[in-house]
Design a protein around this ligand. Structure first.
Ligand code: FPP
Length: 227
């Protein structure tokens, strides 16, 4: 069983381009695919935690129209899924730098977190306005502000100061054939098994996901030890 699965969502733009569609159409298709994956993982109870890289701090550098479209898409989607995820016992968390987001989207994320906070099924952690180095720096500042003494700082305490206190990532998928982490959960992914399918995210069906999970099962995880 995979405790913590992470997906770097990638390839929406190329998917759209291949079809002569706008990038926005690609993101819309990506959102639909994501919805399907979340529902499937929740119903089949295949994982306990799912982290999703949907918008990095670097993504703010994209053309203004695309950033605006994505923010609107996220906001509508977060509102739409509120009741559905509450009823499906899915708990939503967010990781990221809220100071870079506008008030409306921060409100939508906080509302979704509040509405689902008592759920104890699948935990979905959205990394939005997220950068791993920024997260580590923010955690360090919080530790200093709390005047924690150096001898009390260990890995477990440090994890506690990250945006969310989550278990290590077991399996990390990045769609679209790109083979890099792009500043995604560097602390949490230290021992993750990595998987880079060529599939563009809007084509990443449940069947593709199951294929990935099968691949994970065949991996020999040694955590640096000899077995
Ligand atoms: C990556 O494709 C996708 C993004 C940066 C956008 C975010 C993800 C979604 C729209 C999925 C839905 C999420 C929610 C919460 C509704 P890309 O644009 O980098 O693709 P490219 O590399 O082919 O250009």
């Amino acid at each position: 069983m995979i405790n913590h699965l992470a997906i770097i969502v990638d390839g929406n733009g190329r998917w759209a381009k291949n079809r002569g569609l706008s990038r926005s159409e690609g993101h819309k298709a990506g959102a639909q695919r994501l919805d399907e994956i979340i529902s499937y993982l929740s119903e089949k109870k295949l994982v306990n935690y799912l982290s999703l890289y949907v918008f990095s701090t670097e993504n703010f550098e994209r053309p203004k129209e695309e950033v605006n479209y994505l923010m609107q898409l996220f906001m509508n989607w977060f509102k739409k899924v509120q009741k559905i995820y509450k009823d499906k016992n899915i708990k939503i968390l967010f990781s990221g730098d809220k100071t870079l987001l506008n008030k409306q989207i921060v409100n939508a994320t906080e509302e979704l977190e509040t509405k689902t906070k008592n759920n104890d099924g699948l935990v979905v952690n959205f990394c939005l306005s997220y950068g791993s180095r920024r997260e580590i720096v923010a955690a360090t500042k919080k530790i200093i502000n709390d005047q924690v003494s150096p001898e009390d700082i260990d890995e477990s305490l440090f994890s506690h100061y990250l945006y969310q206190d989550l278990p290590d990532i077991d399996f990390l998928i990045r769609t679209s054939g790109e083979m890099r982490l792009s500043n995604f959960m560097l602390w949490q992914a230290s021992y993750a098994e990595l998987y880079f399918p060529q599939t563009l995210f809007p084509d990443f069906t449940v069947a593709e996901l199951n294929k990935a999970i099968e691949e994970y099962k065949s991996r020999d995880r040694r955590f640096g030890k000899v077995k």
